[in-house]
Design a protein around this ligand. Sequence first.
Ligand code: ADP
Ligand code: MG
Length: 256
Amino acid sequence: MSNNLLSVRSLKKRFGGLEAVNVDKFDLNKNEITSLIGPNGAGKTTFFDLITRFQNSDSGSISFDGKNVTSLNSYKLARLGMVRTFQLTRVFDRMSVYENMQFAGSSINNEGFLNSLIQSSSLKNQEKLLTEKINETLELLNLSEMKNAYARELSGGQKKLLELGRSLMKSPKILLLDEPLAGVNPKLSEQLLEIISNLNKNGINILMVEHNIDAVMKISERVVVMAEGKIISDGKPDFVRSDKNVIEAYLGSSDE
Ligand SMILES: Nc1ncnc2c1ncn2[C@@H]1O[C@H](COP(=O)(O)OP(=O)(O)O)[C@@H](O)[C@H]1O
Ligand SMILES: [Mg+2]
């Protein structure tokens, strides 16, 4: 069996005259934590948008878990197991924590819905499974006590946890996290990193964009660096940290 989870070739996206993404080749193996770093405007979020199909690319191909998903819509791709979070959290402020989770979980089971109507016992079963999964996930995220609170009552960091929880309700094979630690206090950051690392141990692949370099170096098995739309470095944290290309990209050209 192939160890390849995600395979991207010649993926390009322009905004007018700006080449936001131009990635020749990007492969992810199963069971890794990979971080994607790079200066602001490097194209990291756009790259996420392209591979999760939230935006169309101009050209190129994407395959996920052995399937060509280049033209698939984002909703179907999420069902195949590619699930993302957003740089700015997208939780529903007027719903409780529990309802947020419920909403995220219910959207995956639509296909089974007709069958459930036919067999009401299986609908009950499904609800029970959903409740169990919500409770388990909230427990994992240390959010159980906030279960009935409105999402708007959560701190910024707790909202990040809830967003992560909503993603987990979709049973991802891979989680793409866009700046999971941004705006999160140091203590909660530690907690989040540990959770992310545990998710990976439980078989969920992680690809994350993160500016907190210390965190990235600590948790990642592989670090990929983007600058001006392109991948300019790729390897183990120690390799990337001392790569001349990377230092130049962050500091601006320093040839002289
Ligand atoms: N919808 C858009 N329209 C025009 N330019 C965009 C759009 N989205 C992103 N960009 C530009 O593309 C480049 C890459 O942006 P982005 O992917 O958000 O970078 P990063 O996440 O690495 O900070 C930036 O120069 C940004 O201004
Ligand atoms: Mg970004």
